[in-house]
Ligand binder design. Sequence first.
Ligand SMILES: *Cc1c(COP(=O)(O)O)cnc(C)c1O
Length: 377
Amino acid sequence: MKRYPIAKPYLTDKDRSSVMAVLNSPYLSLGPRYKEFEKLFAKKIGAKYACAVSSGTAGLHLAMIAAGIGPGDEVITTPFSFIASANCILYVGATPVFVDIDPVTYNMEPAEIEKRLTKKTKAILVVHIFGQAAGMTPILKIAKKHKLKIIEDACESVGAKYNGQNTGTFGESAVFAFYPNKQMTTGEGGMVVTDSRKIYELCASLRNQGRAENMQWLDHQYLGYNYRMDEMSAALGIAQLQKLDFMIKKRQELAGWYSKHLGAFPGLVGAPITARGNSHTWFVYVVKIKNKKTDRNLVIKDLQKSGVSTKPYLPSIHMFSFYKDKFSFKKGDFLVAEAASQSTLALPFYIGLQEKDIKYICNKLIKVLKHHDEKSK
Ligand SMILES: *Cc1c(COP(=O)(O)O)cnc(C)c1O
């Protein structure tokens, strides 16, 4: 039986030889590759500067520090995200203030933001979830009106556009991530992009123990971290970046096949929707189970028996025990996010899947959903 994992990276001989070249050199960290990767990545996104770091989470932490967010501040963000986008607010001693999401795109619902503003609100941390941009026009308008900073968590949306503009170019800074399940990978890794020289220099110093640029190890200006990206990761990033457009095209093709084969069963399963004006770069392919009585965990188990791995995607952050305990969140606080968390399922999605594989996966999914649909009647 063929087995389908949820994700896997797309690696070629070019990736391998790029990393090997580093291993044949004496520079495994703080060499020439991370600088080169930064330049190429900044150019690709259309930002002035890029600062390579050890993970997306590390990048988000630095972006929060660089924005001057600290104890007593509140940051508006979404509960329907990977936990790092809320944790980074806690790292700097500030408070995440969640707003509910749009049921179609799963991104932050702009109309909810103003209801949650207080005198302490300093910034909006926008997450572009699953590879599609949030509604930036209304969000930017609110930010301008209330003098709030915008920081983008673009970790899932490399290459995605909103009305023709790249995600990662709307805020004072934005963060990308390169874990192996993302659209492009460096193993572990992340990137902070910005048009501000000051923010770039601060992030570059903070990732390297707060060392003053160009002063070797003579002085440390700030309390810094070791958030450096090593040269093997950077070399892989360069090779991956060269084929990013190709990989995104492939992902769009995969998504098209899924939507084609699921489209015939709109009562059972909802295919993801791309909002007008958006280009979607498909970090994951997430469907919605329509029958609320269907036990999703049994669906996951049944599909696993056919070799098809699937996963609830995503649990809402405010329902994690750490957040629940710390902020006394309860069920019903963010209804749309919770409903999404209960009904969504990520399907196998990686370059290398053929249309016949996707047809097989869809057939299995529909069969299992039909079975559970009948049972619930
Ligand atoms: C992947 C991801 C991150 C960063 O993850 P790392 O594993 O630290 O690179 C941050 N936010 C979101 C929404 C992500 O999907």
